[in-house]
Ligand binder design. Structure first.
Ligand SMILES: Cc1ncc(COP(=O)(O)O)c(C=O)c1O
Length: 399
């Protein structure tokens, strides 16, 4: 049997990984400035993470959601405390798309409405509702066509306010648009969505699948954007107390499991559950919970949220001074570098000549920098030196 060929692949075969590095089958070492698409949060093969999952597997790996699994409660408790949402409820599933699918369905169950507002350049996943709310026609199959989705201009407060809100069950927005090219919602826009939703009886869904889990320098990007006080303790507890701007639903995946497939839907206490309304076979299994608990422990113990801000600011300051860079957008370690030219050649040079992995985006001039949150300044410098050199040699032709 052949693999179904859906991905363009780099010609490298990683067989080992540690921290911010990967090694291929020939022993070549690669610096990971992409984190396997923002998934690697606490670093590859973190010893505590490996130990926690291995020990769990020795005990029990799986049973269905028909029995009590206290690890799920431990995970919900730790996630609530670290994220600043201790009073929210957690539904566990397996992937980002599935988290958004459940979030949208839950919103509709809750208020019995069916239209969804999403924004241009959004990416919410590939399952039917998630993909319908994704602004990319090329990944919509005819069966995904859904007349209930309205796309509005990102960061356009007036366009939102012009919507009459009839029958809108939810407004869904990324904490920071990732695939769309690292576009940050303004504080004003998030506040406008919050009040529009409250006014129209719609739910506000924050897709923090890429931007969450400390990547932005707060647990969630919307907290970084909406933070009222500078230098506030991290995380502010309970975050909602700050001015009532909290979303009704928040979705998480990627960094949550550091590579183990696990995702979650954080649900406001106002939304009441009913048996049978959501469900999953694998969601919340013992191994996924062990992985997700280990991730939260490491984020907390190694102060990775604060570290993201420090190294992120360091990287962004340095990169902004590079000559051929048009714009640097980002928060913490979610960074988009928009170049004067398409980024593909630069990324290929970084990979082939310097063995550094970076990410692309739907904006062809934008490179995404999404390293593990454990990246050191020394590793950041290795990237900066290589990037500077590649920009110099690729953008300015030799005399
Ligand atoms: C913001 C956002 N939402 C949802 C998803 C979908 O996640 P998954 O690929 O785990 O289904 C992604 C994946 O890139 C994403 O970046």
């Amino acid at each position: 049997m052949n693999l179904f060929d859906v991905y363009p692949l780099f010609d490298i075969t990683p067989v080992n990984a540690q921290g911010c590095y990967l090694w291929d089958k020939n022993g070549t070492k690669y610096l990971d400035m992409y984190g396997g698409h923002a998934v690697i949060s606490i670093g590859h093969s973190h010893p505590y993470y490996v130990k926690t999952i291995s020990e769990q597997l020795e005990k029990i790996g799986f049973y269905s959601n028909s029995v009590k699994i206290p690890l799920q409660e431990e995970l919900a408790h730790k996630l609530g405390e670290l994220s600043g949402y201790p009073d929210y409820q957690l539904f566990l599933c397996n992937s980002g798309a599935e988290a958004n699918e459940n979030a949208l369905k839950l919103a509709s169950f809750h208020n019995k409405k069916k239209r969804i507002i999403a924004f241009n350049k959004s990416f919410h996943g590939r399952t039917s509702l998630a993909v319908a709310a994704t602004d990319d026609k090329s990944i919509h199959a005819p069966v995904n066509e859904n007349e209930n989705i309205i796309f509005l201009q990102f960061n356009d407060v007036e366009a939102l306010q012009r919507e009459n809100g009839n029958d809108v069950c939810a407004v869904i927005i990324e904490g920071i648009q990732g695939v769309g090219g690292v576009n940050i919602p303004t504080n004003e826009f998030l506040k406008a969505i919050r009040s529009w939703c409250t006014q129209h009886g719609a739910l506000m869904i924050l897709d923090e699948i890429q931007s969450g889990y400390g990547r932005s320098g707060k647990f969630f990007a919307h907290q970084a954007i909406l933070s009222v006080k500078e230098n506030s303790p991290d995380p502010p507890l309970p975050w909602r107390g700050r001015g009532g701007e909290a979303p009704d639903i928040i979705t998480v995946a990627k960094g949550m499991g550091n590579g183990f497939p696990v995702a979650g839907v954080l649900i406001s206490p106002e939304i009441k559950p009913k048996h049978g309304m959501l469900g999953t076979t694998f969601g919340g299994n013992y191994l996924a919970c062990a992985a997700a608990i280990a991730v939260l422990d490491v984020i907390k113990n190694e102060k990775l949220i604060q570290h993201s801000t420090e190294i992120g600011n360091y990287l962004m300051n340095k990169i902004s001074a590079f000559e051929s860079v048009r714009e640097v957008r980002g928060l913490g370690l979610m960074i988009g570098v928009e170049l004067e030219i398409p980024s593909a050649t630069i990324r290929t040079e970084l990979l082939n000549k310097h063995h550094i992995l970076t990410g692309s985006s739907s904006n062809k001039n934008t490179i995404r920098i999404l390293p593990p949150l454990t990246i050191t300044q020394q590793e950041a410098d290795i990237f900066l030196n290589a990037f500077k050199q590649v920009l110099k040699t690729t953008m300015i032709p030799a005399q």
